[in-house]
Write a protein of this length. Sequence first.
Length: 288
Amino acid sequence: MYLRDHILRQLELAEQCDDDDERAARLTFVVVGAGYTGTEVTAQGALLTERALRHRPWLRGHQARWVLLDLASRVLPGLAAGLSGPAATVLRRRGVDIRLGQTVSEVTADRVVTSDGTKLPAHTVVWCVGTWPDPLISSLGLPTNHGRLVVDERLAVPGHPGLFAAGDVAAVPDLTRPGAITAMTAQHAQRQGKRAADNVAASLGRGRARAYKHHDLGFVVDLGGWQAVANPLGVRLSGPPAQVVTRGYHLLALPAGRLRVATDWIDGRLARPSTVQFGLVPEPRLKP
């Protein structure tokens, strides 16, 4: 919501600009990282600015510029290659400038410099390059793998009886992909938490310790509107069918409030989406 307010505020400030360069910088939004988060933020953000600009007559003839950067060779590099193409097509159809094989080398208050030396006037940079384990792990003096605590398939730290780790801080072996470790996602963390609890109980004599093993049933990426990409059970989908699967999955994943969320989605389809700010971004200080 804070990001949404910030984006709408930039459009408001751009509308009041007399300087063309300043206006262009206000209307430019740079997203770094073309994974799950970066791709969804860019897709949804482009839709938001497109709708909001319709209500700003002083910006008639101007367009918001969205730039998506990633060092990878394709968007959604962590997912199946078959999902990258349709997702990139949707982004480009919305006018997104996708720049692969490069990242950011410098960010200032009013510009972004990419790794190839390109200077992009911009007042907004959204950092979506992924997560990193808590620094506490590196201070423990225990073996790590990419910053994550080394554990066995039962989530136990080798050589330290009674010590278990799960989630983003643990390099849990992925038994479905020999030699790999599980991704840092909530889907794995939630399941590992339950298995870790059972194995802690087993270490105290209650039950039997079991290995963690989870087969992914597919991935879903919400691109806003009626657009999405998904591969449930390995079946590649895009467009409205993928959006139905995506919304259905997200709805089932909620622990409560499903009716309220579903009603809100239906209302969003039938009514005109609001482009009013929520007031989460402080008013900018005007230069004297």
